[in-house]
Each structure stands twice: as structure tokens, then as C-alpha cells.
Design a protein around this ligand. Sequence first.
Ligand code: DGY
Length: 425
Amino acid sequence: MLDQGSSVTRENAQRVLRDNDRGGYTVPTARLYPYQWLWDSGFSALGWQTFNEPRAWEELRRLATGQWPDGMIPHIIFHKVDPNYSPGPGAWGTSHQPPTSGISQPPVLATHLRWMLECTCDQALAEKTARELYPVLVRAHRWWRAARDPERTGLVAIYHPWESGMDNSAMWDTPMANVPTDILDPYERRDTAYIAVDQRPQKSDYDRYMALVTRFKRAGWDPEVLWAETPFKVLDPTTNCVLHRADRDLLALSDQLGIENDRAEIEGWIARGRTAFSRLWSETQGCYVPLDMLTGEKIEIGTSGGMLGFYAGVADDAQAKRMVQALEEWGRAVRYLVPSTSPLDLRFEPRRYWRGPVWPNVNWMIGVGLAEYGFSDLARRVREDLRSLIQSSGFYEYWEPTTSEGLGGAHFSWTAATWLAWIDR
Ligand code: DGY
């Protein structure tokens, strides 16, 4: 069934973004996610750019209004309070204006800014806005290092599964089992009022998500206290791959804009990151895997996040071949690549949020990375599988990787943006 009867055309993809526009920022979808999310907006901006460049830049400028004094760009900015969503501003209890959450999300923005600068039809506007946003991004990347890698290992930690963007991935089962729920403010879930429960995280996950928020709020969101006391501290492949690529793009931007000041610092992040990635490599899974900093253990599981080593550009030849081999195995087990969990893993759940379904933005990043490594056939399959999924059911949030059933929210912004700026370009 097609999403709200809309056939998959460029015009309808544009309409999704227009319908989700709340005046300068785009919500991922109405009701389920009524605010501005960091990585969703990063992808929406790429979609907007294909038909309304000033509006695309505005999307990024509105994200910058959420930046904290220490540089963090939060994962949600609550521009206008909306009772449809929980946890809202009160549950987070942060002190920024506009109100925001207190954690971040995969830092896609420097890469997207660079792509937007490359694709612009309005060079003057693009350069002016890039100059305005470049220092915002340098501060954001610096925050990741200062707050989340104070020991300068080259890899940054996340403190909450929501920071990875892959909320209930099976990657988090073991570290989340160690998160105590003794400190937990009462909370109400709103997501299951809109979406079937078998497509959303379980209650046991939500208790722990909210226990982490309660604990961090009581610590006053102080980065040093959080570093010392968080019961969830993981080196996540998605966050680190996205950040590593974004570092490289930030360096390219500094060249392009002729800004010398931060070069040595950014080069240092890139050099340290490149060597540190070996800590996350799993020959068994054929991809990168998380490492739990509190136990020192790697979390052995194949996920689409772990396949972002192509996009980051950190895989050597042997690793890249091994990743291709693993992806090909996954592609024989399901009809559509790239499932969020390896379909060969017992934890694979094809309908449940980040535990199996295919996600459009992740296919985009993996497809780009595969093409850059020269694996053009597989890159094409990753893109064409996504095209078929969108065409079969519309602009859904995610899909069942065998039946092509559209799942989660409909009329979804990053899906429309992926269509406009990647699939249909
Ligand atoms: C949600 O509410 O499901 C979000 O992913 C949390 O940011």
C-alpha cells in the first residue's frame, strides 16, 4: 500500500518536505516526531537543496541555534512545544534556549555542508552560509573530542543509544542490560499511540532510555560528571564513522573557504581516528562493531552501522573485501539490502525499528562509500533496492527487508530527501 496514496514522484517527495516544514525547520514526520532532530535535518537539508536552496541553508542555520556553549549540537531542538511527543523539554531539564535534549546524534553536518557547496546553483549564498556555519561545526567536532574522548584515543564515546540514531539496535542489548533503572522519573510513551508496538522499541528498552535521561538530568548535564558516571559508555561504529568522514570534509571545507586556523587540529583528529578504528574491526562479522568502554568487551554483531567503514574511508583493502563478502551474504538472505542487523544473526527482527529493517539514510551512506571504494555493482544494488522499496510503499521511515512492507512513520522527511538528492538525482 502506498503511503497516503501518494505516488513516488519528485513532486510528491517535495510535498513531503513542504508538509513537514514548520517554518525554517523540518520535522521527521508529523505527530510521531514533531521537533527538529539533528541527523534527520541534515538529510532533509540535502533534499531541500534540490528545489529550494535558501530553505536548505535555513534548515542548517536552525540547527545551529540549538548549539550549546560547549559546542554540542543536541539531537532534538524543541522549537515549539508539542504535547504529542515524549520525552519533551521538561523531561530533559536542560537550560538552553530554545529548549533542547541533552545528548547528540551522528554528526553528519560537515559532510552535508560540503556536498551542498559542491551542488549549489547559488554560489554566493552557499559560500556566505558555509562561512557562517563552518565555525559552528568546528566547535561541534571539538566538543566530541573534549567531552567524549578526553583521553585522546581517537574514538568518541556515546552515552545513550539515541545518540547512535539506532535506538534499539541489538548492538546495545548487552551494555543496556547493565543500566540500572533504580533512578527513573515517571514517564509516558507517546510513540506507540501512532505506530504498532511490534515496530517500536520494547518497554524494557524505554525504561532504560529514560533511566539514563533521569540520571544525566540529575547530574546537571555536566560533561565531566557524565564521563565519570554514565552507566552506558560505548564506542559506536556509526557515530565514529560519520564523525571521521565529517572530519575529512571539515578539512576540505577549510581549504575551500581558505580558513587556515583549525587545520592542524583537524588533521590531528583524522590521524588519531584512522589508527584507532582497528579497535572496532571484527573479522568474524566482516564489519566494524561497538566496544563497551565499561567492560572493555567488543560487542560481536553485524549491523548496517558497522558497514559505514566504507563511508568513513577507514577500511583497508582486505577489510573492504571482507565487508563486501558479508554484505553479499546478507543480500542472499534477504531480498533488500541493507538490513539494520545481519539477517544471519539470531537477534535479527525484520519489523522492529533498528533490529532488522532497511533505513534509507543508511543505504545512502553505505552506497556512497561502496561507490567510492569502486564496488560499483554492490553500490548499485544498495541504491536500487532502496528505490524499489520506496516505489513499492512510499515515503516510509523504514522497511521489512524481505516483504518490502513500509513500516514506522509515513510521509517521512529523510526518505523524501533521499529520493530527491540521491535516488532520483
Ligand atoms: C525517539 O523518540 O524514538 C527518538 O529516536 C529518540 O530521539
